[in-house]
Design a protein around this ligand. Structure first.
Ligand code: IPD
Ligand code: CA
Ligand code: CA
Length: 279
């Protein structure tokens, strides 16, 4: 590992925890775990739960006074200054089907502000990390967002909720942004989508209705890599805000403008009729 991460305060210990949880996930992944359901199409596995148990134990041992919110139910809420947002397995649907795109996401907030972040992808052994004001790294090397100037030249990412998909408008946005860019990828892990923006692999990402455990780490990594993250109307994001637009900064106002157009129903390219298409 390069020396560039020496100046981080929390990242070294967070990285060790994320790597340990990632190794545990890989053991389950190779063995193919049983799928269980939290809701209609909302999957969970033993891997999600044991990863969260491990992370919680490590945090409690090292930072006993910190609060913790974990997707699989971890709740330590004493109203302290430090609060962790943990997604022990982001990309559960991929994981459960044997599709190798998933990660561990650990975000640490101080007085409600994102302070430190680690996202670890154990399938590629890629560890993304950042601390506020101290930059973002991938496996210890500095990363930066892309310089793509226009939406039309951009590769964008998005995601769809696991449950209540019928109540989510994203398919319309997916359609319209696909026609105005080089394409829209839907890889299935919001935390990795955000780190892809940070590393310049995607020029932008948006998703509606995410949770703080999906975004707390990834948003800080994008910002520290020089990117911009707001809500769909451009407001600064509180840690619990659920709609996220993250870009390299250059295409930000353009993509927000496109969202306003879609919300207003203006300039929508119609969906082709499949019966016409077959003729
Ligand atoms: C999901 C993933 C997915 C996103 C969903 C999330 P999970 O998290 O991040 O990419 O589209 O909105 O719920 O359930 O795999 O931790
Ligand atoms: Ca998640
Ligand atoms: Ca999860």
């Amino acid at each position: 590992m390069s020396q560039q991460i020496d100046h981080f305060e929390f990242v070294p210990q967070m990285s060790a925890i994320a790597r340990e949880a990632g190794a545990l996930l890989m053991d389950y992944f190779r063995a193919r775990v049983k799928i269980e359901y939290k809701g209609d199409a909302d999957l969970v596995t033993e891997a999600d739960r044991s990863s969260e148990r491990l992370i919680l134990e490590r945090i409690q041992a090292q930072w006993p006074s910190h609060d913790v919110i974990g997707e699989e139910g971890a709740r330590i809420e004493r109203g302290g200054d430090y609060r962790w947002y943990i997604d022990p397995l982001d990309g559960t649907t991929n994981f459960a089907h044997g599709f190798p795109v998933f990660c561990v996401s650990l975000g640490l907030a101080f007085q409600g502000e994102r302070k430190a972040a680690v996202v670890y992808d154990p399938t590629r052994d890629e560890l993304f990390a950042a601390e506020r004001g101290r930059g973002a790294v991938l496996n210890g090397e500095r990363i930066a967002v892309s310089k793509t100037p226009k939406l039309v030249q951009s590769l964008i990412g998005t995601g769809f909720p696991s449950h209540k998909r019928h109540k989510n408008p994203n398919i319309y946005f997916y359609h319209q942004i696909t026609l105005r860019s080089h394409g829209v990828r839907r890889a299935g892990s919001a935390a990795l989508d955000l780190t892809s923006v940070a590393a310049g692999r995607l020029d932008g990402f948006w998703e509606f209705n995410l949770n703080a455990w999906d975004t707390a780490a990834g948003i800080l990594i994008v910002e520290e890599a020089g990117g911009k993250v707001t809500g769909v109307d451009g407001h600064a994001l509180a840690i619990t805000d659920r709609d996220v637009v993250a870009t390299n900064g250059f295409i930000h106002s353009e993509i927000l403008h496109e969202f306003q157009e879609v919300f207003a129903g203006r300039g929508l390219e119609p969906l082709p009729d499949p019966r016409e298409y077959r003729k």
